[in-house]
Design a protein around this ligand. Structure first.
Ligand code: NAP
Length: 329
């Protein structure tokens, strides 16, 4: 498994990270604890040492399951835990989350996360979404205090613009950012990606499989159950889905003919080809990680990268933004 150093933080992790949003159940149609724990163990066995979670994923459920899985067999020492803060469910579990990165809130949240994760230190602590009502400097200084107190090893932000990161970095050292990034959602190429390269930030790219669209498993008649967020994602609606599926088909042909790989392996390899990136891979069953082996040990050449761009331009010339996922301001 390829590794990446996180700036000068002293932390190194795998370049594929396990995404555990679905493991929390919320917006993914429920969870299965035994399968989730087995998935986390399977990730570690495959060399995926980075586990990304958040209190928002099932309102603590994902963190609890990650904590349980890592407590078994002394696995905590093999893993880097990335979790988040700054979203609350003050209006109830069925209402949209509310942004709150005030220092008092962060001091409370870190204790709750440490308890749920059954650990005494969080490797990467990220602000989940920028909170427009708390000055960024106050949030940054609160995280720096947690860093100095030894509760977190490194500081990250998620869904921040370069301007917001600039302000934040004026008050605390930033090691990582977590934006949406995959073949179909490339907005960060205009700003966040060059910014990360310039300032030595690691990018934990979420949605590397575009919520399963790039797995090759989604069909025009795939049905999503319960509160599954793909019922809301515009890409999965009839006016857009056929264009995305046509692109997936051509990408799959390219992956197979040129490299003998799956479209899923191509999609993850592509994210890793773009810079100081980590691909977050959302999985909730161990067998979903069988495909990880297909990502390592090969590279996309310049001709293939150009061909990929041509396929995307042909089928999805005006890609749908991932902005639909943003919690209300
Ligand atoms: P994702 O990784 O793009 O896709 C997950 C989907 O891929 C699931 O639907 C899963 O299928 C499917 N899948 C996984 N392995 C597969 C395989 N081998 N074959 C076929 N399908 C496969 O989506 P994501 O979970 O939204 O994103 C990854 C992680 O990024 C999250 O878990 C979370 O940690 C993080 N994230 C962060 C933010 C943020 O605001 N910071 C936002 C979104 C995500 P099933 O449906 O069958 O399980």
């Amino acid at each position: 498994m390829e590794q990446i150093e996180w700036g000068n933080s002293g932390i190194t992790s795998s370049r594929i990270g396990l995404g555990t949003w679905a493991i929390g159940g919320w917006m993914w149609g429920g969870t299965d604890e035994a399968a989730s724990i087995a998935t986390i163990h399977a990730a570690l066995e495959r060399g995926i040492s980075l586990i990304d979670t958040a209190p928002a994923y099932g309102q603590g459920r994902s963190e609890e399951i990650v904590g349980k899985a890592l407590a078994q067999g002394g696995r905590r020492a093999q893993a880097q835990i990335a979790t988040k803060a700054g979203l609350t469910f003050r209006d109830g579990p069925d209402k949209p989350p509310f942004r709150d990165s005030s220092p008092a809130r962060l001091r409370q949240e870190v204790e709750d996360s440490l308890r749920r994760l059954q650990t005494d230190v969080i490797d990467l602590y990220q602000i989940h979404w920028p909170d427009p009502r708390t000055p960024l400097e106050d949030t940054a200084r609160a995280l720096e205090d947690l860093h100095r107190a030894g509760k977190i090893r490194a500081i990250g932000v998620s869904n921040f613009s370069p301007e917001q990161m600039d302000t934040f970095r004026g008050a605390a050292p930033l090691v990582a950012a977590q934006p949406p990034y995959n073949l179909f959602e490339r907005e960060i190429e205009a700003d966040v990606l060059p910014y990360a390269k310039q300032h030595d930030l690691v990018l934990l790219c979420y949605g590397a499989l575009c919520r399963g669209l790039l797995s090759g498993r989604i069909r025009a008649d795939t049905v999503f159950e319960g509160d599954d967020l793909r019922k809301l994602d515009p890409k999965f609606q009839p006016e857009h889905l056929p264009h995305y599926l046509a692109a997936v088909e051509e990408l799959a042909t390219l992956a197979r003919q040129r490299y003998g790989k799956s479209v899923l392996a191509l999609a993850v390899r592509w994210v890793l080809a773009q810079g100081p990136t980590i691909a977050l891979w959302g999985a909730r069953r161990p067998d979903q990680l069988d495909a990880v082996d297909g990502v390592d040990g090969w590279q996309l050449d310049a001709a293939a990268l150009a061909e990929i761009d041509a396929i995307l331009a042909r089928h999805v010339p005006e890609p749908v933004s991932p902005a639909f996922m943003a919690p209300p301001l």
